[in-house]
Design a protein around this ligand. Structure first.
Ligand SMILES: [Zn+2]
Length: 205
């Protein structure tokens, strides 16, 4: 899945429409994709059953946010039963305007972590805020903990332009995010030197 800000950036630069997709390695990459109305990803319901659960595993009704769990029974080698994805999402109520009866999901990405003051901190919010800044080309995020509470956000930034004041605007945007730690450490790298160990963005990647 992609944040609204990176979608806007892609659409502006490539002069195209973007269609969001949700999948994970364990589901063979596929799970859901947007249709032309772009109001949630239609689930490939012939292959995968998507449900949303609370922290105790109780199934939540449509519209409520929780953890996405998937069931795939047709795979002979590795069937999945209510497999916990670690991703936060919800099933959108009602039928899509495109007319398809296929269930739609909205996924925010990794489940929130406990942020400053016990407020949930979402990677999605941090990503969305950073991609909204045109000079930010790439980044990596991690959290430093003091016991149970996050003490600092460590941000490695790749930027093409290092003009004065840019860093301040990055910090200003980040400080608006719920649960963000008071201390933010920023390391700057040049574009091309910042690498990611895995294709999916996550904390520490
Ligand atoms: Zn649709």
């Amino acid at each position: 899945m992609a944040t609204p800000s990176i979608r806007r950036r892609i659409e502006r630069r490539w002069k195209c429409a973007s269609f969001d997709h949700y999948g994970l390695t364990e589901s063979g990459w596929g799970c859901g994709v947007e249709c032309r109305t772009r109001e949630g990803c239609h689930v490939r319901e012939m292959d995968v059953l998507v449900e949303v659960v609370d922290p105790n595993g109780k199934i939540l009704p449509e519209g409520e946010w929780g953890e996405i769990v998937i069931t795939m029974l047709r795979r002979a080698s590795s069937p999945l039963i209510r497999y916990r994805t670690g991703d936060e999402g919800r099933i959108l109520p009602g039928r899509c305007r495109c007319g398809s009866p296929l269930k739609r999901i909205e996924v925010l990405g990794r489940l929130p972590r406990k942020g400053a003051g016990g407020v949930p901190l979402r990677l999605h919010d941090v990503e969305n805020s950073l991609w909204d800044l045109p000079l930010v080309d790439d980044f990596r995020l991690s959290l430093e903990y003091d016991g149970n509470a996050p003490e600092a956000l460590v941000l490695t930034l790749a930027m093409t332009d290092h003009s004065e004041g840019i860093l301040e605007s990055v910090l200003q945007s980040l400080r608006k995010i719920p649960g963000i730690p008071e201390k933010i450490t920023v390391k700057i790298e040049t574009v091309g030197t910042l690498s990611h160990g895995r294709p999916k963005r996550d904390w520490n990647n």
